[in-house]
Structures are given as structure tokens and as C-alpha cells.
Design a binder for this molecule. Structure first.
Ligand code: DGI
Ligand code: FE
Ligand code: FE
Ligand code: FE
Length: 188
């Protein structure tokens, strides 16, 4: 794997400045949460830095990767919002040499969540939502919950994201519904 400087150089080459700043804020937020919740800080740092690595790739790169890596063929019916995590993880593995499956799964699930998420994946899911540059109704509540309980925070984000998508007549990716069913109803 690369040194931190090499990793940062490769990431910054893929991203416009505003997006590169976002991933650095996600990294810092993820490091703080890892310290609080007893998760490997180095993994949280790397996962935060790489989570949106593929966000600005052209659609054709994702279509090619779905075929090349024999991912779920249904993925071709989705778009960058879903691809940059699920398919992006394969590009991160191939292009950045990151092979840790916990880190790769944290990237895969950072947008939609998953029925099962490690603490690292929960941290990246939440750090992406609450990093200091985020500003939306409910972000303060999300920050407070994240400091109190990762599980309740994951449930909060999952519910509010699904409600937002429904309100805006967006298609719901099946894994988003799986995440909702696994995390929200039993949390009260
Ligand atoms: O990449 P970021 O902007 O930092 O954030 P993200 O990866 O969490 O979210 C990317 C987008 O994905 C966001 O606008 C919400 C959207 N999204 C999440 N779940 C679904 C979804 N879009 C659709 N259509 N369906 C989903 O289930
Ligand atoms: Fe993202
Ligand atoms: Fe997110
Ligand atoms: Fe992000």
C-alpha cells in the first residue's frame, strides 16, 4: 500500500477541490469517531479518504467495471449515486492497492448502508453525513446522536435519507430498503 502522501496525491488527482476537501473532513470526523468507539484509527483514516474516490468517474468506467468484476448485473440500471460506493470499491482495490475488506465494505456501504455493518462501516456512513461541511435540517441532531450511539445514529440517517428520497420521487435502491428494515423498526 501507499504512503499517506502518495495516497493523498492519487485521490486529489481524481477529485475536484471541493470534493477533496469533503473527503478530508470525512477522514477527520471518522478518526474522532474511531477514537471514541475503539475502532482502528488507521483504517478509519484510509476509509474516510477513499470513500468518494470514484465519485467523479465517467459512467462508462462503472459500466465496464460492473462487467469486468462480474458484479450484480442489475447495477447497470442505477447511476453514479449508487455506483461510486459499490463499484468504486473495486476501483479503489485495483488502483490504490487497498485490500482490507473492512475498509472496502465501508466504502461499498457508505451511501446505502447494509443490513450488517461493522463499526468501521457505521463510522464512515455517519462521518459522511455529519462532517463539519454538511448543513441540512437535522444535521445537529445527527451529530448529537452519533456522539451518543452509533446504532441510533445509523437508524436516524437511514430513516431520514429514505424519507428524503420518497419525498423527491427517487428510485429506492433495494439495499437502502434492506438497511431500513435491519436498522430502523426495532430502534423505536
Ligand atoms: O457522495 P456523497 O455526496 O458524499 O454522499 P453519499 O454517497 O452518501 O450519497 C450520494 C447520493 O446518493 C445522495 O444524494 C443520496 C443518494 N442515495 C442514497 N440512497 C439512494 C440514493 N439515491 C437513490 N436514487 N436511491 C437510493 O436508494
Ligand atoms: Fe459518497
Ligand atoms: Fe452518505
Ligand atoms: Fe462522501
Amino acid at each position: 500500500t501507499d504512503s499517506r502522501d502518495q495516497l493523498l496525491a492519487k485521490i486529489s488527482k481524481q477529485l475536484k477541490p471541493a470534493r477533496f476537501e469533503h473527503v478530508q473532513r470525512v477522514e477527520q470526523t471518522a478518526i474522532q469517531l474511531a477514537q471514541q468507539y475503539g475502532v482502528d484509527v488507521e483504517k478509519a483514516s484510509i476509509a474516510g479518504l477513499v470513500h468518494d474516490y470514484a465519485k467523479q468517474r465517467p459512467d462508462k468506467d462503472f459500466i465496464e467495471a460492473i462487467h469486468h468484476y462480474q458484479l450484480d448485473p442489475e447495477l447497470v440500471n442505477w447511476n453514479n449515486a449508487i455506483w461510486h460506493g459499490v463499484v468504486g470499491a473495486e476501483l479503489i482495490k485495483a488502483e490504490l492497492g487497498i485490500e482490507d475488506e473492512d475498509i472496502l465494505n465501508a466504502v461499498r456501504y457508505h451511501t446505502t448502508g447494509n443490513h450488517y455493518m461493522t463499526k468501521l462501516a457505521q463510522i464512515i456512513y455517519m462521518a459522511d453525513y455529519i462532517e463539519p461541511g454538511r448543513d441540512f435540517d437535522g444535521v445537529e441532531k445527527a451529530r448529537l446522536l452519533t456522539s451518543q450511539s452509533l446504532e441510533l445514529a445509523v437508524a436516524y440517517q437511514t430513516k431520514h435519507t429514505l424519507a428524503y428520497l420518497l419525498e423527491n420521487n427517487q428510485r429506492i435502491y433495494p439495499k437502502t430498503i434492506e438497511t431500513y428494515n435491519a436498522w430502523v423498526p426495532q430502534s423505536g
